[in-house]
Design a protein around this ligand. Sequence first.
Ligand SMILES: NC(=O)c1ccc[n+]([C@@H]2O[C@H](COP(=O)([O-])OP(=O)(O)OC[C@H]3O[C@@H](n4cnc5c(N)ncnc54)[C@H](OP(=O)(O)O)[C@@H]3O)[C@@H](O)[C@H]2O)c1
Length: 374
Amino acid sequence: METSTSHNRREFLQRSALLTAGLALGGASVGRATAPARPSTSVLSAPKRKIGTLDVSALGLGCMSMAGVYNAPQPKAAMVKLIRQAVEHGLTFFDTAEVYGPFYSEEIVGEALAPFRNQVQIASKFGFRFQGDQVTGKDSSPPHLRRAVEGMLQRLKIETLDLCYLHRMDPNTPIEEIAGAVGDLIREGKVRNFGLSEVSPDTLRRAHAVQPVAALQSEYSMLERVMELDMIPLCEELGIAFVPWGPLCRGMLTGRFDKNYVPDAQYRRAGVPYFTPEALEANLNLVDLLKRWAAKKTSTSVPVTPAQIALAWLLAQTPFIVPIPGTTNPDHLLENIGAMGLTFTPAELQTLRTEIEQIPTVGFRAPASVFQDL
Ligand SMILES: NC(=O)c1ccc[n+]([C@@H]2O[C@H](COP(=O)([O-])OP(=O)(O)OC[C@H]3O[C@@H](n4cnc5c(N)ncnc54)[C@H](OP(=O)(O)O)[C@@H]3O)[C@@H](O)[C@H]2O)c1
């Protein structure tokens, strides 16, 4: 007998095939000639994964660059529309932070998701002190973080934040105090789950001993695999979900850049060592691999793109991973959502792993200064 889960899964795969097919017919961003077919506007049920007490869509949506970072801040109405489109197509998990903008990304997310409060899960992050819209330092002292969470709830137009992350470790506040303060907010009903972002294994263990950690967020992609050495095994040991940010390596793994790409000095890619001319040229070997796999996995009815291979590969690494690709572009959003319908056989995963490991990664994910105070 068919269960509703298997029915939903089949419906999702069929629809994501249609989405992907539509994009493959015409997404200008991937250099195709005709206009994209309109995907269905009915609600999809995406595959679910667990983060603490939350059942979230297997893929989330990163809402950082809506407020700038890789591009200029985007008009609010367009981003509200894009987030609602994501909900319409099955995404339920949305990632923001007070520092994105600052505050602007949370305002967009709050407005976009207000009509869908009971259908979605919202994650945000605290950890910085601000003067106006300038970041003046790290601060997660309990009184400051309590005020920060109040501000988030207001901007997000919610009473309880589903997942509240420490964004960057504050060198002046012991992690036990931070975990304890978030624990108090959970008991008061202001927060549902505690998360950490970019911390060391020791910090994660110490926090978890005080207040169970639901999610660790850190950079992880097919190019940037350092988390496989310690943090992902530690998450497995402690029963913590892993939320990869940068799952497309800031767009590189989509195939949108060639070796002549020069990052705009105003935006963040310009400071990322993976994008120096030498590193980019070498790292494009991995993009070529993605293109070959995209061609290999493409069938006449279901075209596949490099971005989808990169995201589906992450999803296949463990069941406790929930990648949050970021986009400001509705075509890219639909393309990325299509990755949830793509699977690999165990033999394909093994071959892919062997091929990936034959390609040396050149560069580093961020300047060393970012990795102080983990
Ligand atoms: N915890 C942390 O410290 C931390 C740090 C950074 C980010 N994050 C979170 O993680 C999320 C994702 O990370 P990220 O945005 O840095 O990196 P990402 O998801 O790897 O890449 C985002 C970039 O890829 C482009 N892109 C996305 N899908 C595409 C597609 N199908 N085709 C072509 N280009 C595509 C986007 O441009 P378009 O807008 O043109 O699509 C954007 O420039 C963020 O939004 C944020 O919520 C957390």
